[in-house]
Ligand binder design. Structure first.
Ligand code: UDP
Ligand code: MG
Length: 320
């Protein structure tokens, strides 16, 4: 493989409205470094013109490479494929929609040259995103932090620079249902942040509908914490304790007073509430079991249908 200095990994899914602009901005920024680089677009099974557009850019610019999945495997797997196929000494992951300003890459490179192995972009402000998205994102990062012992920085996306040695460690993970930003924190080494303002999407719509966001949040929590499982134990002790106290109260009332405790409505509501709680807890256990099942099947994380612009002679189909 060509020894390039920087690899810029750009996952794209139905981004026909933004890829060209994003290529221009990235090229402009990377050209100012005066060092060698590759722009590695990972097409995550787009159903629009994204693949053709990137393909055309590939033909014109030898710094551009394209990996195309056989279908949509998800953002986190696209990033993983990018890292697996990157050949640079420093690898930068960036969204295609220009919400992460490419100019910030230069600051990241600066920090890397100072000796940091991971430089992540911290969002100090988010522009042009709905109130719902901002508040849920904020809450999620904080809940996750309170649940895990791994120091995962809050308000930080996948926009970051990682050193070759961090990338090599990440490439050795076979973990399914990945939460890449957490894994990078888990690896350790010298990490630092650069702050940036998250811009509005250049064009098009978010490719993270609520359903994908929920899956992503569940992956983040389940891969980095057992706390949801512990909660059921705590809840069990708490209700058992409280019920015991209540039993004593009922006995005292029965033995020493004329008051009789009545009402099937109260019995029914308590029983329904606890049935609900038990089902929720079963669901949580199910989330973990489902993920264990995924791990045991050990299927590849993605299937590559096409590689373009690579000069390593492996242009045919690849899986990992
Ligand atoms: N993306 C992807 N696969 C998906 C969903 C998204 O590769 O299944 C890419 C998308 O093209 C973009 C990045 O992941 O480059 C972030 O997605 P998006 O901007 O839609 O997310 P948001 O910024 O709204 O959270
Ligand atoms: Mg975006």
């Amino acid at each position: 493989m060509d020894a390039v200095k920087y690899s810029i990994v750009v996952p794209v899914f139905n981004e026909e409205l933004v890829v060209e602009e994003s290529y221009k901005r990235l090229k402009a920024v990377m050209d100012t470094t005066g060092e060698s680089y590759e722009l590695l677009f990972v097409n995550d099974g787009s159903r629009d013109k994204t693949e053709e557009l990137v393909s055309a850019i590939c033909e014109k610019d030898k710094n551009v490479k394209l990996l195309s999945f056989s279908r949509n495997f998800g953002h986190q797997n696209a990033i993983t494929a990018g890292m697996d196929n990157a050949s640079g000494q420093a690898i930068v992951v960036i969204d295609a929609d220009l919400q992460d300003p490419p100019e910030v890459i230069l600051e990241m490179i600066q920090k890397w040259k100072e000796g940091y192995d991971v430089v992540y972009g911290k969002r100090v402000k988010r522009k042009g995103e709905s109130f719902f998205k901002r508040i849920t994102a904020k809450l999620f990062y904080r809940i996750l932090r309170s649940m895990t012992s791994v120091e995962i920085p809050v308000d930080t996306g996948d926009f970051r620079l990682i050193d070759r040695k961090v990338c090599d460690v990440m490439c050795s993970f076979t973990e399914q249902n990945r939460y890449v930003r957490g894994l990078v924190s888990w690896v350790g080494f010298r990490q630092t942040a650069v702050e940036f303002v998250r811009e509005e999407r250049f064009a098009g719509e978010t490719k993270y509908p609520l359903k994908k966001m929920l899956k992503f949040a569940m992956d983040g929590i389940t891969t980095f914490s057992y706390k949801p499982l512990k909660i059921s134990t705590y809840l069990g002790f708490l209700t058992a304790g409280l019920s015991f106290l209540y039993l004593i109260v009922v006995l005292i009332l029965k033995l020493f007073t004329d008051v009789t405790v009545s009402g099937w409505a109260s019995i029914l509501s308590v029983s329904l509430i606890f049935n609900g709680v038990v089902l929720i807890m079963l669901g949580i256990i199910g989330e973990y079991i489902g993920r264990i099942y995924d791990e045991s099947k050990n299927r590849p994380l993605y299937v590559i249908a096409e590689r373009k612009g690579f000069d390593d002679g492996q242009e045919d189909k690849q899986v990992r």
